[in-house]
Unconditional design. Structure first.
Length: 209
């Protein structure tokens, strides 16, 4: 499991076990049944749009990423009593999770969202096509206060879990940002995990509601 604490303005996952550096990552995609399509195999970046002003804190309830067919409820998860990160159940592969002890979507800083790539039982899961996402794509996050925060993807990268970019993903940002995280790359049958993570970065460009 992974114990994530804050230190020096960075959301730091402190322990690596069933999960990799970077919160609840390795567990996503146990038992690969299909080959994910569109994995970036590197980094894709685009122009950074002008960021919108931060919003008050409010929990997310649904995330939509039209470019990859995602429209999913969001679970607000934190830490277990043993300080490991709570994770979505593999029996609910269509759900995403938001790390509720970090920034909310629209607040200043990186709001982190996680999703399974696949499961043994379901096959493709909610973030199965995350590797197909490209800079410029829109992410819409409906919040509990009735406001929908609108983000634009600025970069997508695939990185080995052994070199997870902790500072880049969890370091405090001057503007409201999001991170969408799942597994990717080759599935290692010996370990039961994927070798890489796919990470999409976005910035708040507006809101409705």
């Amino acid at each position: 499991m992974t114990d994530m604490r804050t230190r020096g303005g960075v959301w730091l996952p402190m322990a690596a076990g069933a999960l990799i550096i970077g919160l609840a990552l390795v567990v996503f995609g146990l038992g690969r049944l299909h080959s994910p399509t569109g994995s970036p195999g590197g980094t894709r970046t685009g122009e950074s749009p002008r960021a919108a002003a931060p919003l008050p804190r409010s929990a997310p309830v649904r995330i939509q990423v039209p470019a990859i067919g995602v429209s999913a409820p969001v679970l607000a998860l934190g830490l277990n009593p043993d300080q490991t990160v709570q994770e979505p159940s593999l029996s609910q592969p269509s759900l995403t999770s938001w790390y509720r002890l970090g920034p909310a979507p629209g607040e200043r800083g990186p709001a982190a969202f996680f999703g399974h790539i696949d499961t043994r039982a379901s096959g493709p899961a909610v973030f199965y096509r995350l590797g197909q996402l490209t800079p410029g794509a829109q992410v819409r996050i409906a919040r509990r206060d009735g406001v929908t925060a609108v983000f634009q993807i600025t970069a997508v990268e695939q990185v080995p879990k052994s070199r997870f970019p902790t500072q880049r993903v969890y370091g405090m940002t001057a503007e409201p940002t999001i991170r969408l995280i799942s597994c990717g790359g080759d599935f290692n049958r010996a370990t039961g995990h994927y070798n890489d993570n796919i990470i999409a970065y976005g910035v708040l460009t507006g809101s409705t509601g």
